[in-house]
Design a protein around this ligand. Structure first.
Ligand SMILES: Nc1ncnc2c1ncn2[C@@H]1O[C@H](COP(=O)(O)OP(=O)(O)OP(=O)(O)O)[C@@H](O)[C@H]1O
Ligand code: NI
Length: 374
């Protein structure tokens, strides 16, 4: 029998019971063999590379360590999902990458390298004007919440025209491209062109935001919670559209989500974030099939599953305040396998194991001793 997740309507199946989910992704994308070969070529530089990024919010009384030591690399034509619970620093990471942090935030360390047209550029070192030109043209953003992404008093056409003007894209060229893009995201351009955001459904607004992000043909798009406010069927349809666009254009995505099902439906790589830090980084199929970090495991167990008899298990406890992190591993107060050493000293570094990276020495030791006795 065909696995339940092989069908089109199951882009977001219960992942616990369906480890072959990434097949869905591959099936959608396999049309272009050529690109498959190109993008699997490890020699190609990452389109977006973030190294040791740390961001703090400071006010007179406290420092919020929103992002600490985040590193990730998004391959050409690939999707990396950055996953983690609400408040773990995902949006802060996105805003830092795009150079759009509010004044209260400070980038403490790191580089953000975008390689478009074979030229690597560190966005964090750019003057504001040059950064504005890079944005949209090389790296675009679909912000969290499709309502806030669009200006309520502007029509769809005005949104496209403004972006085109800001980047010296001729009006006729921009309009032709906008029409094509709106059709590509399965909207009727003629109908939608003069609409205001409130006249559109949540899914339609998200599609407009995605089409706008594509206007300057960027190499990479940062998608912050691309489907969160949408019902499940609309979520699936929007994710499928994102994969179609990727197939057609070779665009890369950094997809930010708290939803592991979304991540496993679209991502080639998954980076798990906990309390501002990366704790696991690996190929999506591997991370979903065999999560190694206790937090990624807990996230996976907390997913509801329709097919499985196993009930979803909420993760016990709460994430720590990013203004008052516990000593040692930030996850230790909620961790089922925490030992004395996890409560001491600094947060564990990422360790390479089984083709990925995991910030948990206890897990790494367990795997090591299991392999030694096998
Ligand atoms: N402008 C700000 N000033 C001070 N603290 C902030 C600011 N914006 C966010 N924070 C804090 O930084 C931390 C990370 O927030 P962020 O929005 O990046 O997390 P997130 O993972 O995107 O969460 P969500 O899933 O809710 O969108 C939180 O503790 C939040 O309260
Ligand atoms: Ni967020």
């Amino acid at each position: 029998m065909e696995p339940a997740c092989a069908g089109r309507r199951h882009l977001l199946p219960p992942i616990l019971s369906c480890t072959d989910l990434p097949v869905t992704r591959r099936a959608i994308r396999s049309a272009s063999k050529e690109r498959e070969v190109m993008s699997s070529h490890d020699q190609l530089p990452a389109v977006l590379e973030v190294a040791d990024l740390s961001v703090e919010y400071r006010d007179h009384s406290r420092t919020v360590h929103a992002v600490t030591g985040l590193s990730l690399a998004v391959g050409r034509g690939k999707t990396l999902a950055l996953i983690g619970e609400s408040g773990c620093g995902k949006t802060t990471a996105a805003l830092a990458i795009l150079g759009m942090l509010p004044a209260s935030a400070t980038v403490v360390s790191g580089t953000v390298t975008v390689t478009a047209e074979a030229r690597p550029v560190n966005l964090l070192g750019l003057p504001a004007r040059e950064l504005r030109m890079m944005r949209w043209r090389h790296i675009a953003y679909v912000p969290q919440g499709s309502i806030s992404a669009l200006n309520p008093i502007q029509t769809v056409s005005r949104h496209f025209r403004q972006t085109a003007q800001a980047h010296n894209l001729a009006r006729r060229v921009a309009e032709a491209r906008a029409y094509d893009l709106l059709a590509a995201v399965h909207l009727d351009p003629n109908r939608i062109w003069t609409s205001y955001p409130h006249e559109l459904s949540g899914g339609q607004r998200q599609r407009v935001s995605i089409a706008m992000a594509m206007l300057l043909e960027p190499a990479v798009i940062v998608l912050d919670e691309p489907t969160t406010a949408l019902d499940v069927l609309t979520q699936e349809a929007v994710l499928e559209t994102l994969l179609e666009l990727q197939e057609a254009t070779g665009v890369s995505y950094l997809a930010i989500t708290h939803d592991l099902a979304v991540a496993s439906a679209v991502a080639d790589r998954i980076v798990t974030m906990y309390a501002g830090r990366p704790v696991e980084d690996g190929a999506a199929e591997q991370v979903v099939a065999e999560p190694l970090h206790p937090y990624t495991r807990a996230l996976l167990k907390s997913m509801p599953s329709v097919d499985s008899d196993l009930a979803a298990e909420a993760i016990g406890g709460h994430p720590p305040s990013l203004a008052a992190l516990p000593a040692g591993c930030s996850f230790h107060p909620r961790c089922a396998i925490a030992q004395e050493r996890c409560r001491e000293a600094g947060h564990p570094e990422l360790i390479a194991i089984r083709g990925r990276q995991v910030a948990c020495p206890v897990t790494v030791d367990r795997i090591g001793s299991a392999e030694a006795t096998a």
